[in-house]
Write a protein that binds this ligand. Structure first.
Ligand code: F0G
Length: 461
């Protein structure tokens, strides 16, 4: 099972040149983008760690598969290939293709939630939470306490607190709960895994109260890898066997294939229940397209079928996690406060410890993201007060985001260790000069999801 080489299990055949800019140019670019990292043209970024979603490099087999795309409206051959691959990995009989993760979430919530129902999770990703609310539902995060302690070294910080789960269901009544939907790995706290034991315990609770239990499987293969590495009894099992066991404990899953599907676009909803499948089909046709393409081109279906197989390759995954951990461990060794243990797809810098002199209402995560861009052309993503908090200056009330982090998400198969080294050095440099870091203020922001479009300005002094 062990992979012996500390090098990429692939070589590079096509390259995408990167533009070199100076710190002075980046200062101007950032100013023009109103200090919002989302508004910087991607061509002006040197190492883009904004997200690991849809940013993977595809293999020669996936590109060859793109040429074999069958663009028939109904029943294209690539669909049958994809359906078979997903059935084989998940064991779920009913598969609906979607163009990315969120339409699958939308349909899942449509078929399981009534207004006033709760949806229970470890931590909902923000689009999933929005779809729950959109159906009049109540999204409830029930992650274990260690999951929000940035320095706890619990090996499965994505676990659901099963006592809290059962207590919630008993107190509110099972008729007021629509479903359980668990994110593997848990994105919001740094790609932290969920153990098989925890999934099994959730299954037992779901059975006890007759509730449906789904996985948000965006990073299912990375979760399987952590189970293999950290949970007793799994060291000799293949990633595919572990993934299959994870799925066997659930009633279905939503999937943003832009992560562990190793593709630039795609997703799906998978189900065990035939009646729910029939309902979901109707919604799919209305929202995404016919049931054999669901908003994807035939060639995209083919690339995904191949990507889902490649992501379960042991050598691929060892190298993937090795690179994410290279960044995380190098930063931790230099004393930079990052969420520990390092997760599957990203490193999260803990801004409450990185720059305690900047209060959350002065957006320390955005301040560091801006400084990082100017220093090395690296784009990370602030996830804290601007994204999840709110301030009401009239009433003097501040609702604080529990975590204040800069996420450095690593695209799959895209950057070399030299890029990682450049980012490491840049973060360490900024950490050494952290007392110089100044907060930001919001000049303009929309009422919801403000971090995507807000205009910011650095505070003086
Ligand atoms: N679930 C999880 C756990 C996710 O991380 C995402 C997307 C989605 C669902 C939604 O999928 O974007 O395909 O519609 N996460 C991206 C990120 C955007 O940067 O973490 P989608």
């Amino acid at each position: 099972m062990e992979f012996q080489f500390n090098a990429e299990p692939y070589r590079i055949k096509v390259v995408e040149p990167l533009k070199i800019t100076t710190p002075e140019e980046r200062q101007q670019i950032l100013k023009k983008a109103q200090y919002n990292i989302f508004k910087i043209p991607a061509e002006d970024v040197f190492v883009d760690l904004l997200t690991d979603s849809g940013t993977s490099a595809m293999s020669q087999y996936q590109w060859a598969g793109m040429m074999a795309g069958d663009e028939s409206y109904a029943g294209c051959r690539n669909w049958f290939h994809l359906e078979k691959v997903i059935q084989d990995i998940t064991g779920f009989p009913y598969i609906l293709p979607t163009h990315q993760g969120r339409p699958a979430e939308n349909i899942l919530m449509m078929i399981h939630l009534r207004p006033g129902n709760a949806a229970l999770s470890n931590m909902f990703f923000d689009t999933t939470e929005a779809h729950v609310r959109n159906k009049g539902g109540l999204p409830i995060d029930l992650i274990i306490d260690e999951g929000l302690q940035t320095d706890s070294d619990h090996p499965f910080k994505g676990n659901v607190d099963v006592d809290k789960l059962e207590r919630y269901i008993c107190e509110k009544g099972k008729e007021n709960v629509g479903l359980i939907h668990v994110t593997v790995t848990c994105n919001n706290n740094g790609g932290q895994p969920v153990s098989m034991a925890n999934l099994r315990a959730i299954r037992e609770v779901a059975d006890r109260y007759g509730l449906p239990f789904y996985l948000d499987a965006a990073r299912f293969a990375e979760n399987a890898y952590f189970i293999q590495q950290r949970e007793a009894g799994y060291a000799t099992k293949s990633l595919k066997e572990i993934a299959r066991e994870m799925f066997s404990l659930a009633d279905g899953c939503t999937m943003s294939a832009k992560k562990d599907g190793l593709v630039n676009i795609g997703g799906f909803l998978a189900l065990k229940d035939e009646e729910k499948y029939r309902q979901a089909q109707q919604a799919l046709i209305l929202l995404e397209g016919f049931i054999t393409y669901g908003g994807m081109a035939g060639r995209d279906l083919e690339a995904l079928a191949i990507g889902l197989t490649e992501v379960l390759d042991q050598a691929y995954m060892e190298n993937r996690i090795r690179q994410v951990h290279l960044l995380g461990e190098s930063l931790l060794k230099a004393g930079v406060p990052a969420i520990q243990p390092i997760g599957g797809h990203c490193v999260m810098l803990d801004m409450k410890r990185f720059s305690p002199h900047i209060p959350q209402e002065h957006f320390p995560a955005e301040a560091l993201a801006a400084a990082l861009y100017i220093d090395s052309g690296t784009r990370g993503c602030g996830l804290g007060q601007l994204a999840f908090g709110s301030e009401d200056p009239q009433k003097g009330v501040i609702h604080y985001s529990p975590l204040e982090v800069v996420r450095l998400a690593i695209p799959r198969r895209v950057y070399t260790d030299n890029h990682i080294q450049l980012v490491t050095e840049s973060v360490i440099r900024l950490y050494e000069e952290r007392t110089k870091l100044r907060g930001m203020r919001v000049i303009w922001a929309p009422p919801a999801l403000r971090h995507f479009t807000a205009h910011l300005e650095p505070l003086q002094g």
